[in-house]
Design a protein around this ligand. Sequence first.
Ligand code: NAD
Length: 482
Amino acid sequence: MINIQNYINGKLSDPLDKQFIDVWNPSNGQKFARCPNSNSNDLELAIQSAQNAFPNWSTLNQNQRSDYLLSIANEIKTNIEEFADAESRDNGKPLTLSKTLDIPRSVKNLEFFANLAKGYESETFYQDDVISRIIKQPLGIVGTISPWNLPLYLFTWKIAPALVTGNCVIAKPSELTPYTAYLLSKVCMKVNLPDGVLNILHGEGSTIGREVVKHKYIKAISFTGGTETGKEIGIEASKDLKKINLEMGGKNPVIIFDDCDYNKMMDSLVRSSFLNQGQICLAGSRIYVQEKIYDKFKNDFIGKVNALNTGDPFDLKSDQGAIVSLNHLNKISRYVEHAKKDGGVILTGGKIVKIDGNCSNGWFYKPTIIEGLPQESRVNQDEIFGPVVTITKFCDDDEAIQMANNTKYGLASILWTQNINKAHKLAELLESGLVWVNCWLERDLRTPFGGIKKSGFGKEGGKFALDFFTETKNICTKYYDK
Ligand code: NAD
């Protein structure tokens, strides 16, 4: 059993009250670690250490802070095998995915913000004899709360802009996937990140998560997770007028027109539906296909999905790994049963898979395509966050847009057409923070990221994240003639 520890004041420690949570390997259903279930006492220690660290950290010059992030990134890169292995063991995702997406992107997050911050310039306005100099200052101590689907990727996406702008951070990773954040603590110790600059507290959302949101010395909360959790955090943090950034759930539409580049669309669609077992907030889970190509599409899509290999995440032949937890596996199953009751036809999948050998007690679900489900069905409205998609026929632009927007979510949309004028016109009508045209998961880290409607509040990414973690001050000076 691995003993995951908190990282407070530059040191690893067990929680003061010795409360722990079991950590499971989803691919074999076995416990492999325990992590702290921290509480307010642990938080107080972290806050004290962050308060002590803030004066020096916030006044280091930008290059020095950026260099720390680059050293952390470099260490992760050097140990990519260890990090990727840990991510797959904790989350159940295929090792190839951890190696090619999760860990490289975590490195990139740190490098990107380290470099971006060097050019984060303040503006100066001149007006007659008055000069207004606008400066950006760190907030102080900030809290970050991240989910389990892309554990280190989203953890670093938050801590990097917070740290590089001079804040001290209390970071809470998901209790389901704490392992890579723990490995990152060790990296911070190795590169001698000053004590107290980053504190990592493990534990449940209902215990330490809530305490972080409430703490009076924490000036801002950057959260990624489910919409209901985000709503609760938003309400609590607003009581104290904290800055909040909420990145939440999605139920993203994919609109496929009959003039699309069919082969490119099909390859991309399999990924946008099932990458990471569909456990990506940006996954396209409602697929709308123009009537002329619908029948061909349906057969081809079923064929492609049937060819996906679900199995041991550590087997390089596996396209699909395990579902993160038994609870989540059961939730996915319940939604598929509900779809049947609502008149949905299961075209493929729709069942838990048993894998022979080492993974016989693991939590696997077959990639699933459902047809014929009413738009109002819960299965077309709620975020399932698993390997389940619905397909529906549409006839024209208006119907496609109406169905795509018929949800409370507004995270991302995906459009497939070679008519670029139409694409731009329809993209403006789609109610989401991001529209991908003829692609999926292309990310330029300088661009704003975040949903609208019930998917997001505020933007992350690039300068938007640096702005979030800083306070803007205007120093207005008048010059007099002697
Ligand atoms: P979750 O909301 O259950 O938990 C997310 C994090 O919040 C965890 O660390 C959890 O411990 C913590 N938490 C839970 N309750 C809390 C509370 N009351 N106060 C403070 N912290 C609390 O979400 P999850 O199941 O870990 O992740 C899946 C969800 O995340 C999906 O809805 C998915 O769409 C969303 N997500 C969104 C994005 C995005 O960028 N929009 C990215 C990835 C995942």
